[in-house]
Design a protein around this ligand. Sequence first.
Ligand code: SF4
Length: 382
Amino acid sequence: MGLNRRRTRAMRVGTVTIGGEASLVFQSMCATKTTDIVATAATARCLSQAGAGIVRVAVDTPADAAALVEIRAELPDSVNLSIDLQENYPLIEKAAPSIQKARYNPGHLHHRDAQTPWQEKVRWMVDVAMRYDLALRIGVNCGSVDPAIAAKFPQGDDLSALLASAVEHAEFLESIGFDRYCVSLKDSEPATVVELNRRFALAMPHVPLHLGVTEAGMPPEGILKTRLAFEPLLREGIGETMRVSLTVPNEDKSQEIEAARQMVAEIAAGHFLTDTQKMAFSGRLDIVSCPSCARVENGRFVELAQKIREITRPYAEYPIRIAVMGCRVNGPGETDDADLGLWCGADRVNLKCGRQTLGTFSYEEIESRFLAELQNLLSTRA
Ligand code: SF4
């Protein structure tokens, strides 16, 4: 057996090709501070050696963009760098000479230059991409839907809003003659990822798709959760590049590539998930946690996520969703849908119950406060 692949448009990213007749491209992301040139270059090299065709790096400040010059100088041309832009989209220009690809999030474009229409911002990024031989990714996430698009759909219908946002941006890029782009539509729920990617693949079958499950969590659960999304899509031929996002320490980031390779090899060999494995998350305690990136403000985040998993083991049979997030960029929004959410700041951890903030606590206090809130929550549901 082998993977049954559909045929999309091909796009070149440095030395690799996504889509067309090319093999699946695996990706990962550095979680080191981008300004830590030695550590970021070392992680990028390690990920590339593990099989990453593209290595992503977060760029939020001019210092991050400037650091890329030195990171690039440390790496061979075979390491293709992509930047992850969130709110500070103009940084693409400063980073461009050092990279091969940039990802922008339509849901974050409104934060800068609010009076400028998003079309102008994207057109400007495309000009930069064309000048510097870059590919682009339109990366939409359920936790950060463009508010202007969300307002057009009934409250809670994030799925339709997200799909509309991705299609709107893809159609705009095509309308201005730029076709060197791919799209990602991510969520932390595998079923939502499947639905979003199926619908986009139907709407724009020629556009390469980057598969991903956000905040999949720690291995082994995070790998299984990712596979619940990727397996049906890959069996339908959907997906040209992919990232398995795992909450692991920086030095273990190559696990993301190893997990992706193994998953694809098993699916290609016809080894599919059993019904028991598919049921693993239904009606049970579910911990979503981000894979961390350069935006993490306190390196204790991964350790905290691991501790939360340990102390919640006795509650595994309860249908509770817990979110543990590494920073203020996505933390506040992506904990809204959890029964209990934690997002990490530099010195304190914010604890939430749904959308309500319960307080901020030191890294020493947070475990006991979290446990008390969990028990409180369970008692109200008993
Ligand atoms: S929540 Fe913050 S630290 Fe975690 S992956 Fe997202 S941006 Fe990075």
